[in-house]
Design a protein around this ligand. Structure first.
Ligand SMILES: Nc1ncnc2c1ncn2[C@@H]1O[C@H](COP(=O)(O)OP(=O)(O)OP(=O)(O)O)[C@@H](O)[C@H]1O
Ligand SMILES: [Mg+2]
Length: 289
């Protein structure tokens, strides 16, 4: 059964899509795991990184996107969820030049509209107060249909609180919460942690030991300065934080670009390869059940 990893933060631009793809590459290429990325963000950045512009347009024409999958599943028209997935994707190959077991359910610009439609559809069946929870549960059920085909399913969640992001937060075995070491991020991490652990306030959250939390925070864009160090330490007092910190680096920024020619992990991540290795080494034991 697949391990569900969500990459989420209500704050935008903290590196969620970048880290989704980084983990997918590392787990499939180094870990040999069958990985599925599900792009739950209508900005579709993870899809663009994995497929390139043309590949993503082709996926849309073939109706292989999350919006198509959700619409069809909610009207009971999906017999095989795998028909919506693209296999052997990405621009990174293993040491022997083979495509890794890496798949994607591509994102769609229409995902937000589809979520609105599904919300109304649920409204026909339920009392108003239950509609949101009902929709979230139905999305979870629909996403779980992939769990038998993969070892790891990574959910790239949109910033904000879409129903799909709420489903991702609820269903994940572990949520990776990337953050920038600034004051706003501190508040954003608190908010998302409360949602994941379903606690009312920080006092209530403090009752859950750090080792039992269903999320771990990952400092990104780190530049070595004292102010950032203090903030990371402050976040670490209240939340589990990865020892790995991702610095602001060209190798990470450049990995956002899809390469028409397949390449190795070392070339794809350039001067960030040791950061990717460190994150991979740290996440493997976290994923043990
Ligand atoms: N460690 C890093 N060093 C340099 N650039 C980075 C780093 N992490 C992310 N970036 C760049 O920052 C930008 C935002 O990253 P990304 O799109 O992954 O964030 P996001 O949280 O998914 O954003 P959104 O909330 O819009 O979905 C991208 O251009 C990415 O290449
Ligand atoms: Mg993103």
């Amino acid at each position: 059964m697949a391990y569900f990893l969500a990459v989420a933060n209500r704050k935008g631009g903290v590196g969620k899509s970048t880290i989704t793809v980084m983990l997918a590459h590392a787990l499939s290429i180094w870990g040999g795991k069958r990985v599925l990325i599900i792009d739950l963000d209508s900005q579709c950045n993870a899809s663009m990184i994995m497929l390139g512009g043309e590949g993503w347009v082709a996926a849309r024409s073939a109706r292989r996107t999350i919006a198509d999958y959700f619409s069809d599943a909610f009207s009971n028209r999906v017999s095989r969820p795998g028909a919506y997935v693209l296999d052997r994707v990405g621009d990174v190959v293993d040491g022997a030049g083979r495509q890794p077991p890496l798949s994607i359910l591509p994102g769609s610009l229409l995902l937000d509209d589809v979520q609105g439609e599904l919300f109304l559809l649920q409204a026909d069946h339920r009392a108003a107060s239950d509609i949101s929870v009902g929709l979230r549960e139905r999305l979870i059920e629909t996403l779980r249909r992939f769990e038998h085909e993969y070892d790891v399913i990574i959910l790239d969640c949109a910033p904000g609180l879409s129903f799909a992001a709420l489903a991702g937060l609820k269903m994940a075995d572990k949520v990776v919460v990337p953050f920038r070491a600034d004051y706003v991020s501190l508040l954003a991490v608190d908010r998302v942690a409360l949602m994941i652990e379903e606690r009312r306030d920080l006092d209530d959250l403090a009752d859950v030991p750090l080792s039992r939390r269903r999320y771990a925070c990952l400092a990104n864009f780190v530049r070595d300065n004292g102010r950032e160090r203090l903030l990371i330490e402050e976040i670490g007092l209240a939340h589990p934080v990865f020892a790995t910190e991702l610095p602001q680096r060209d190798g990470i920024a450049n990995s956002f670009d899809w390469l028409a020619q397949s390449t190795s992990m070392e070339e794809k991540y350039g001067n960030a390869i040791s950061d990717v290795r460190s994150l991979y080494n740290e996440i493997i034991p976290l994923m043990r059940r």
